[in-house]
Design a protein around this ligand. Sequence first.
Ligand SMILES: [Zn+2]
Length: 157
Amino acid sequence: MDKSKNPVYSRTDTTPVKLSNEEWQKILSPEVYYIARQKGTERPWTSKFENFKEVGTYYCAACGNPLFKSDTKFDSGCGWPSFYEPISKNSVIYLEDRSHGMIRTEVQCGRCQAHLGHVFDDGPPPTGLRYCINGVILDFEKAQDIEKEYKQQQKKS
Ligand SMILES: [Zn+2]
């Protein structure tokens, strides 16, 4: 996604972002807009993050808010990237979702309230939670430092 068109995107600014859908539409790609603002769901098994093992951090693709660490990601087999815990309590917010004849808990970005996915209580320890997240709304950044350390260790041995 071209982030130069997105003035609210920041990985360090924690100020809440409040924009109208009209404004969002101008700065987000159609795919991200569909998930973030229209509560869309990407087709299962379509995300490159679904079976993705790189070490790093997942950010909100709409605003840059840090959401999940790769070490809380697990293979849920459900077809969407799954995590058992967000980075911090304020990373995400929860809303009751009664759509599609189900009662589910919707997960939104704690900074810009983009729709991320849902949380279910059939996840692994230590939380027992499964954050089932649309890959489209995730922006991944590899952990550079960890990678450097790893390479240095390999050189030594
Ligand atoms: Zn966000």
